[in-house]
Design a protein. Structure first.
Length: 442
């Protein structure tokens, strides 16, 4: 988590000040419940709230205490006692450190997720706008990196929209799964604290009570959460990689916005590099880096150990901060992406009409040819175009012309029938159907 790839709102969630404020709220809400149950005096609970709310927790002081105690929660409670006074003896009654740490971590993840969901909404809006803008912008579809058949750039955007919409649903589910609270005491048995305290704290913090928490909240929840973030990162990389390919000089069908005064290379003044999408590729790798450690955190010893703790202190902030930045950056890339329809058509035409080969194949079979013979007839004419293209980079041989001159083809298809199978509109006739599936009737 470095400033270069961080945005303030997400960073604030993980600040020591925010963490200690959440710790205090957990303890204070627990005191409220304990007071209602008659375990501690109501005036003590009131004093804890009043003095804690009025205080600014001194991070340096807590660190100073922890340097002696070697225990972060005890250091915080000691500092809180300095603020609250004698009534602080009622704080943390029947609780254990994990009750505070795990509940706080989940609150932070929930808060981070709310920012990520807002990021995704902005990204989806940007993708949708560009999808409709280029709904009918025809370009070549590629399989294995090779020209296949025509698609539209709008369909590329629709595919991205559907993918991120699925991820948004996953993220909502991951938020629900991570939004649990544990105030169950040592080894999770509620021996020293009433389960109603947990229910009160959960409700007050916008969480649900963990059904069974040993001494920690089960880490399968966190594994699923970070796996979801990893999938979102992979979707970011997929779109970024597509843009990077489309910006290659030999393709140049789309390009990252290049602002006035921007420089592409310290050595070569002509360069306009896809630096933002390359950056997104790298950031996506960092987000996915958290997935395996999160999975390994599931297998803790018995009712509790802290082998997960050091991992989560890093992957919690690092992963959410990085993904927040990446989603915002991708939104900016999509919003400003330069699209070149003429270049798309030019690239498609470079193979002299080969994009229509399947239609001719199907037409021949419909006219009575076996599929094997039809494939052979189409391929032998297509290879003439390919051979010409390999020599010059632009085909001087026209696929339509070759087919019209092929006597074996003409035994099955007339000139009109052959020409009718070279209509680009044929390939885009169902774009509206796909758009309605993705975007509804809008």
């Amino acid at each position: 988590m470095i400033p270069r790839y961080s945005r303030p709102d997400m960073v604030d969630i993980w600040s020591p000040e925010a963490k200690f404020r959440i710790w205090f709220e957990i303890e204070a809400h627990a005191c409220d419940a304990l007071a209602e149950l008659g375990v501690i005096p109501k005036e003590a609970a009131k004093t804890i709230w009043e003095k804690g709310n009025a205080a600014t927790f001194d991070v340096a002081r807590i660190d100073e205490i922890e340097a002696v105690t070697k225990h972060d929660v005890i250091a915080f409670l000691t500092h809180l006692a300095e603020i609250v006074g004698p009534d602080a003896r009622f704080v943390h009654q029947g609780m254990t450190s994990s009750d505070v740490l795990d509940t706080c971590f989940n609150v932070q993840l929930v808060n981070a997720t709310d920012l990520l969901l807002a990021d995704m909404d902005k990204l989806l809006a940007a993708i949708k706008r560009r999808a409709f803008e280029h709904k009918e912008t025809v370009c070549i579809g590629r399989s294995h990196g090779i020209h296949a058949e025509p698609v539209t750039f709008g369909l590329k955007m629709a595919e991205a929209y559907a993918e991120f919409d699925r991820s948004r649903t996953r993220l909502i589910n991951a938020r629900a799964e991570i939004a649990t609270c544990a105030i169950s005491g040592a080894v999770g048995t509620f021996a020293n604290i009433d389960p109603r305290v947990e229910e009160h704290v959960a409700k007050a913090m916008g969480l649900t009570a963990e059904p069974v928490s040993t001494q920690v909240i089960p880490r399968d929840r966190h594994a699923m959460y970070f796996a979801t973030l990893g999938v979102i990162a992979s979707s970011i990389e997929r779109v970024a990689t597509e843009i990077r390919h489309l910006q290659r000089t030999e393709v140049l069908e789309a390009e990252e916005y290049f602002s006035p005064g921007q420089k592409g290379s310290s050595a070569m003044p002509h360069k306009r590099n896809p630096v933002l999408t390359e950056n997104l590729t790298g950031l996506s790798r960092l987000v996915r880096m958290a997935v395996t450690p999160a999975m390994e955190n599931v297998a803790l010893w018995h009712e509790r150990d802290i082998s997960h703790s050091s991992v989560e202190r890093m992957i919690g902030p690092d992963t959410t901060v990085t993904l927040d930045f990446a989603l915002a950056r991708l939104t900016g890339v999509i919003e400003k992406l330069m699209i070149y329809p003429e270049r798309m058509m030019g690239n498609m035409d470079r193979l002299g009409g080969l994009v229509h080969s399947q239609r001719i194949l199907l037409a021949l079979t419909q006219a009575g040819s076996s599929r094997e013979d039809a494939y052979r007839l189409v391929q032998r004419n297509a290879m003439k175009v390919w051979d010409s293209y390999q020599v010059s980079g632009d085909s001087s041989v026209d696929f339509l012309t070759e087919l019209l001159a092929d006597e074996d083809v003409r035994k099955y298809l007339s000139e009109v029938e052959i020409r009718d199978n070279f209509d680009l509109g044929y390939h885009t006739k169902n774009v509206d159907v796909i758009f309605k599936r993705v975007f509804g009737e809008s």
